[in-house]
Design a protein around this ligand. Structure first.
Ligand code: BG6
Length: 483
């Protein structure tokens, strides 16, 4: 029998409420929503090349048209306003504003982001701009891509261009989104663009992404007003050993090193961890890779850390099962995206899964946030992505009911609220995603949006979760469970 806990109204409110000023947002990324792939001087990025390569993306889908946000941004901002969003996190397509990745910017490309941000500001929505969400100009990949040191300097130049162009209207900036994916899926397992499968290139890419981040922070600081907030968004893996056996604990350490501390080490703590260097010493020469002065650039202070969380990571040692790739959640490949930890096995945390086959475990988000708060108490945090794909469809009545997404969001927002109550300085939450979009190697087969996109007509239909989220935003609180 369940005991009834006596509660006062005040306790009940604080059991559901978020702090005043909590930032409620939703996120997208350029290649996933914009379309207009060849409009106004834009040239191919590595994702255009990759998606047009047969066999790389499910059903041969590409981002050529996507959700046509490039042309429909006004309507989309109106939908955001209906939702009551306080903030919109979008990314800039590098090859739209600087087609070759070098030299002067293209005015027409910059103008799109000026129009978008003006529209947002006019609707009372704070723009949050991410400079890099995986879409390197193809020309820079042709010159060596992220494994090549020069790419970091090109990225800083692009950051300078964007800071000058939008610094008067964008106050919150993110350098990179999920550099783990850029480095290890792009150059390690090859399931993401540019599709290379070379562990040394993946580690070199990780270092140059870190360096590019640090140089871009410097470039942005020198052109933005002091009030600007600069961040980096990481998809930190919330790693758990399958058992307490020393071998599983060791597997978790390795995955934590090459999944998390390869970024948090240099960015937040000023150096690459010794254990990571040792695990990967047979793959890359760290002494040659990391130049004098790099770590000082990379560890420039940031104002906030962006955290993307979808599902926890459960690992064990040995037993290289056939399910490895599937269960690490990052797509099937014969090539591991985990240099130095290739023989680690991955497991589902439980069998309550989303359409991505990712376990639903809100407590993982609570742990991630409270662990970060414990290790870096002075660093404000922002959940820059959280959400889930389900097999949404339009009912005969013309509506899209997504109760599983509502349950997912409720559980994870409650985890954020509990983390805040336990002392984590979490400033906001961005739902992934505002609308259905191009889910990378899964193409349009996976729907993460709180707004449904009918790709044949580009009609937008807010799903039931939209109304639920709008209500949460309005109250600045979760509904009581009996609501
Ligand atoms: C985002 C992508 O940044 O990360 C999403 O743009 C995607 O489309 C998500 O679903 C995946 O995150 P992760 O942590 O599984 O790589």
């Amino acid at each position: 029998m369940t005991a009834v806990r006596p509660e006062t109204t005040a306790q009940r409110v604080s059991d559901t409420a978020f702090p005043p000023g909590f930032v409620w947002g939703a996120a997208t990324a350029a290649y996933q929503v914009e379309g207009a792939a060849a409009a106004d001087g834009r040239t191919p990025s590595i994702w255009d090349t990759f998606s047009h390569t047969p066999g790389k993306v499910l059903n041969g889908d590409t981002g050529d048209i996507a959700a046509d946000h490039y042309h429909r941004y006004r309507d989309d901002v109106a939908l955001m306003k209906d939702l009551g969003l306080k903030s919109y996190r979008f990314s800039v397509s590098w090859s739209r504003v600087q087609p070759t990745g070098r030299g002067p910017a293209v005015q027409r490309g910059l103008d799109f982001y000026r129009r978008l941000t003006d529209e947002l500001l006019g609707a009372g929505i704070t723009p949050v701009a991410t400079l890099y969400h995986w879409d390197l100009p193809q020309e820079l990949e042709d010159s060596g891509g992220w494994p090549q040191r020069d790419t970091a300097y090109r990225f800083a130049e692009y950051a300078d261009i964007m800071g000058r162009a939008l610094g008067d209207r964008v106050g919150v900036w993110t350098t990179l989104n999920e550099p783990w994916c850029s480095a290890f899926l792009g150059y390690g397992s090859g399931v993401h663009a540019p599709g290379r499968t070379d562990p040394a290139a993946a580690l070199r890419a990780a270092h140059h992404l870190n360096l590019g981040h640090g140089l871009a922070v410097g470039a942005l600081r020198s052109v933005l007003p002091n009030s600007a907030q600069i961040s980096l968004t990481l998809n930190l893996h919330q790693v758990n050993p399958l058992t307490d056996a020393p071998a599983d604990v060791e597997a978790a350490r390795r995955i934590d090193a090459v999944g998390n501390r390869v970024f948090t080490g240099p960015v937040l703590d000023g150096d690459y961890p010794e254990d990571l260097r040792a695990d990967t010493a047979h793959i890359v020469d760290w002494g040659e890779l990391v130049h004098d002065g790099d770590l000082a650039e990379i560890s420039r202070p940031i104002d906030v850390l962006g955290v993307n969380y979808y599902s926890p990571t459960v690992v064990s040692q040995g037993d290289k099962s056939a399910d490895n790739a599937r269960n690490d959640g990052h797509g099937a490949s014969e090539h591991s995206p985990w240099p130095g930890a290739e023989d680690v096995s991955f497991h589902l945390a439980n069998d309550r899964v989303t359409a991505m086959n990712w376990s639903i475990e809100p407590q993982g988000l609570y742990r991630l946030l409270t662990d970060l708060a414990a290790s870096h108490p002075e660093l404000p945090l922002m959940v820059t992505e959280n959400g889930a794909a389900f097999d949404d469809y339009i009912s005969p009545e013309g509506v899209v009911n997504d109760p599983q997404r509502i349950a997912y969001l409720h559980g994870h927002l409650d985890a954020v609220r509990r983390a805040i109550a336990d002392g984590a300085d979490v400033r906001g939450y961005f739902l992934w995603s505002l609308m259905d979009n191009f889910e990378w190697s899964y193409g349009y087969s996976k729907r993460f949006g709180t707004i449904y996109v009918d790709y044949s007509t580009q009609r937008r239909i807010p799903k039931a979760s939209s109304g639920w989220y709008a209500d949460v935003i309005k109250r600045n609180a979760l509904p009581d469970s009996e609501d």
